[in-house]
Design a protein around this ligand. Structure first.
Ligand code: CAA
Length: 291
């Protein structure tokens, strides 16, 4: 299974990061979204992040130019017709992902490999809505994709060994390190991360500490690069809630029950960095705690 062209569906923070690292590794990339404005924004982000890597002498100007030249964008999923591997990186919503996979099946090559960047949903269940569950896998990148070394690889129950091996080689070719997880709710990384974030929100909700104290405790006390509330804002509070719901419903265990305060923030549309407000307010020069 030779991969030359990668189709990426969804140009948000994960999709544009995956496009960035794939193009830099020499793959042709077709980046798809529903709106031109989203694609323009994604290309601006990719260019900004590549420039940052040039400035820090991580890559050369030539490599940057080549990477940008490898990326094309389109609002029509028919542009995926030559893709050898498709990575779906849309919002963390099962029905939306099902619709996307069903819609693309008639346009793509018979032997095109399918993957999803879902952070929690069942790979097996998503694979089952396609015509090729043996060629379907979870390929879970971490944010920010150009910086974080890990890619979690999650075979579904029907994924073939050949597909697993091809996907592993693809992730390694991007310069990533892989961890293979079984297909259970939220896999490995988020199974461990999200309960920590939820506990931090409970600590805030119960008044054990304020936002600054909770984040400082974990940053300076545990050596985490970001505090759990800062990280929740970075991941997106809507995404955090979606993952916790998958854990809660998947295991039926109350220990995963999302904190009501997290639910309230999401109800308010306070999704974190991407909406300008979450546990912190991002409208000024520096993020300021909202409580
Ligand atoms: N693209 C390219 N390079 C980037 C970048 C981007 N988007 N963002 C940061 N960088 C680079 C910077 O240029 C800098 O490079 P050097 O080391 O060469 O100087 C380096 O990354 C560090 O960046 P900064 O100095 O700007 O800032 P920082 O030191 O505060 O680090 C951070 C920023 C890398 C994001 C760091 O805070 C961090 O590691 N945070 C934790 C991130 C994390 O946990 N991610 C996982 C989230 S969970 C997830 O993604 C899974 C899920 O499904 C929810």
């Amino acid at each position: 299974m030779k991969i030359k062209e990668v189709g990426i569906i969804g140009s948000g923070q994960m999709g544009n990061g995956i496009a960035h690292v794939s193009a830099l590794a020499g793959y042709k990339v077709v980046l798809i979204d529903i709106a031109e404005t989203a694609l323009t924004k994604a290309l601006e982000t990719i260019e900004k992040n590549l420039k940052r890597q040039v400035q820090r002498e991580k890559i050369s100007q030539e490599e940057m130019d080549k990477a940008l030249g490898n990326i094309s964008t389109n609002i029509d999923s028919k542009a995926l017709k030559n893709a050898d591997l498709i990575i779906e990186a849309a919002t963390e919503n099962f029905d939306l992902k099902v619709k996307i996979f069903k819609d693309i099946l008639e346009h793509i090559k018979k032997d095109c490999l399918l993957s999803t960047n879902t952070s929690s949903l069942s790979i097996t269940k998503l694979a089952a809505v396609t015509d090729r569950p043996d060629k379907f896998i979870g390929l879970h990148f971490m944010n920010p994709v150009p910086v974080m070394k890990l890619v979690e690889i999650i075979p579904g129950i029907a994924t073939s060994d050949e597909m697993l091996e091809t996907t592993k080689q693809f992730a390694l070719s991007l310069g990533k390190t892989i961890a293979t997880a079984e297909d259970f709710p939220a896999f490995i990384a988020n199974r461990i991360l999200l309960p920590m974030i939820n506990e931090a929100v409970y600590a805030l909700y119960e008044g054990v500490g304020d936002i600054k104290s909770i984040d400082t405790s974990m940053k300076l006390g545990m050596g985490h690069p970001m505090g759990p509330l800062e990280l929740a804002d970075f991941v997106g509070l809507d995404t955090c809630l979606a993952i916790l719901n998958v854990l809660y419903e998947g295991f039926g265990n109350p220990k995963y029950s999302p904190c009501p305060l997290l639910v309230k923030y999401v109800e308010a549309g306070w999704y974190g960095v991407k909406s300008g407000k979450g546990f912190y307010d991002y409208s000024g020069d520096k993020p300021v705690p909202t409580r």
